[in-house]
Design a protein around this ligand. Structure first.
Ligand code: GLU
Length: 301
């Protein structure tokens, strides 16, 4: 059986060494299992994604020595596929339009006796629009912006309580989602979760190799796959590359970019070997520590 895996970055910035680490994990897995590696650009969020970052991702991955099977799939060119999934969930009566603003959700949560102390209370939706009448829904949809929310109780009732997912063949995780998640945002029509499960199925992805930061999303993906009748891929979540203080490398922490390393003259071959090295989980350079980086990963082989 031919296996397929994918690397699926979002073009909201330049790739950093943490992304490179993940891309190399996908490539190494694909080589080992004679699988096809696909590249997918997850660019449905037009408020944050930019085409120049998508171009840079392709360029930087090539420089790093990652290769993939053509064509590259750009999510923004396949919106009708996600629309179809929304339609299916709607026909099944599993999603409802939600007109709430962040402020309304916050106020409602604070009003509840057991107000949670979560940082972002709007992540926990208290169900304000869950039971609106069909005529109220239709009336308001004509002139108010709305998001689509998945009715979690109904969804879990359909798929059964024992829904779970495995990391490789190892630990079995129980899917545990406790509020009505957003499937289509007000400002962009589809959520990342919806697009990703539709694409993984359409691209015939058998194995998903991605960072442990995605583990929380995997439960949502399993639920959507079950509801939409999509196949279940095998998930393998790898540990994240961290800096010396143990903090994960991330765009928002100003992680070193591949573009920056390329421009400094770093040898891609050495960088690749370093990141692919057994157990390399630490990026041992302080931000801007160019001399040290060049000493270790500089031009001369
Ligand atoms: N697009 C996501 C990101 O850049 C990754 C999605 C995935 O691997 O499923 O974080």
């Amino acid at each position: 059986m031919q296996y397929h895996t994918r690397f699926a970055p979002s073009p909201t910035g330049l790739l950093h060494v943490g992304n490179a680490y993940s891309a190399l994990k996908c490539q190494a897995w694909a080589k080992k299992h004679h699988a096809e590696l696909l590249l997918r650009i997850e660019d449905i969020d037009h408020t944050r994604c930019r085409s120049e970052f998508a171009d840079a991702i392709v360029e930087d991955l090539r420089w790093l020595g990652v290769s993939w099977q053509s064509p590259v799939r750009f999510q923004s060119r396949h919106l009708q596929d996600y629309q179809q999934a929304i339609h299916t969930l709607r026909e099944m009566g599993l999603i409802y339009p939600c007109f709430c603003t962040r402020k309304q959700i916050q106020q409602e949560i604070m009003r509840m006796a057991s107000a949670p102390h979560a940082e972002d209370v709007t992540a926990l939706y208290p169900g304000i629009c869950r039971d609106l009448s069909v005529s109220e829904q239709h009336g308001r949809m004509q002139h108010e912006p709305f998001a689509w929310r998945l009715n979690i109780d109904k969804s879990l009732a359909i798929v059964g309580a024992d829904i779970n997912w495995r990391d490789g063949s190892e630990y079995v995780h129980t899917v545990n989602i406790d509020h009505d998640i957003i499937i289509g945002r007000k400002d962009i029509d589809f959520s990342y979760h919806l697009a990703v499960v539709v694409d993984d199925a359409l691209q015939n992805i058998s194995h998903i190799i991605r960072g442990q930061d995605m583990e929380d999303s995997t439960g949502i993906h399993r639920l959507l796959q079950k509801l939409l009748g999509l196949p279940e891929p095998v998930y393998l979540h790898h540990p994240l590359l961290c800096d010396q203080s143990g903090k994960r490398l991330a765009k928002r922490n100003g992680a070193t970019t591949l573009k920056g390393l390329h421009q400094m003259g770093v040898d891609a071959f050495k960088l690749r070997n370093f990141l692919s090295g057994a157990g390399a989980l630490c990026w041992p350079f302080a931000q801007g520590d160019e001399r040290e980086i060049l000493n270790m990963l500089g031009k001369t082989r």
